[in-house]
Design a protein around this ligand. Sequence first.
Ligand code: ZN
Length: 510
Amino acid sequence: MISQENTAFKQLCDHLRETAQLGSVESLLGWDERTKMPIRGGSYRAEQMALLAGIVHGRRTDPRIGDWLAELESCSLAEDPHSDAGTVIRRTRWDYDKQVRIPQSLVEEISRTTTRGQQTWVEARKNNDFASLAPVLDTIIALKQQQAEAVGYEQTPYDALLDDFEPGETTDNVRRILEDLRGDLVPLVASIAESPNQPDTSMLTRDYPVEIQEQFGTRVAAKVGFDFERGRLDTTHHPFCTGLGPDDCRITTRYDPAFFSSSFFGILHEAGHGFYELGMRNEWYGLPPGSCTSLGIHESQSRFWENMVGRSEPFWNWCLPLARQHFPDSLGDVQPAGIYFAVNAVRPSLIRVEADEVTYNLHIIIRFELEQAMIAGDLVAADLPAAWNEKYQHTLGITPPDDADGVMQDIHWSAGLIGYFPTYALGNLYAAQFLAAAAEELGDIGRMVGQGQFGPLQEWMGRHIHRHGQCFSAAELVERATGQPLSHKPLVDYLKNKLQPLYGLAPEPV
Ligand code: ZN
């Protein structure tokens, strides 16, 4: 029987699927721009991307969506908001209401400006010339302020931007959680710095030829579970993962021939994102039940494989013999316990993507504070380098030697990604909570990882996280998967349990 509402549901789903196809073409152009495109292709590419962004926005605000939703919201398909059909209706409403408030001209201007911003960033960073980036950053901030005003917010314009990446989260709540986290991490960093036990990290900066790093990273990613028939690995300056279709996930990394960790942990990180992209149900691709629920959850998947697995002791018991096959000269004299301590070295450093698991969160807090100030109109781009350097000195005790490794190290702001940074810290918090819950359910995770058996962990993530798409919000997923609401405690416990023994620190009395 084909009822009226089933017809409307089918029409809505067909429309959303076609929009997702166009969106994936846009993603493909973006992937190409960052991995393959010759530099002078940039201005035409910006026009292509702006055109597609305009078409996609036009489809996401098509008035027929409003009509279909109005019909569907009162029918039985919407009764359970967490069912697949209910999720299509609920999340399409959330997106539609937001999109129709943003004028098409603003969408196109944001797309054009942020494409130019990314291209300007590449050149400005290369030349350590922040002055050439500042004007476009000011324009981007102004456009994002306009976007926040158009969409609306309850407390602060930043809420409207955060909601794009972490639906349902609020600035206030994130600020509170990150403050709690900072309160526990700062003393931990201090006691680690004072410890006489410090790792020897010299094996990480020996000779690691790029082609062999690529072979080794590809081999480990495949063993951990990345399907190279449904994805590929390429090289870029700022690593990322993008899904281009239900069976096509692209990950990238960057190589340093004199540093092992940069590409290796980058690959594990992006593969973790890839597991989520490829772990959602194909039959819902492009629709809410087959889409990621929040960037914080996405990041929890990457941080889980990069850190909770990839920087664990059992992992190195398993992985070091493989690594030695690829790098006999550089790793021949290294023991698992030695490299395990080395890859868990905690040291305040300049570059977020290479920061250790503890200070990483402090990098995020700095950006979170700066971008709130920019959106509030309290900080203009010209003053950003000084504000950045002051916060690094205050929080981490170091000052960048130049802007290329300071304020220009991240592409996010140049790409218009404002409200995005906190999701990195949320990812760490979620990941630690998932690890504790998975250990409770699966038993001895360390034994499995030590034997190179990653299937049970993949299956756990698939069952609790990936397959649900947007059927639950991040907060709901965390509560369902772990039985607890989001808390900073599991991450702090995880870090202390790992780092206190390594650094010979006595656990403080409870
Ligand atoms: Zn990530």
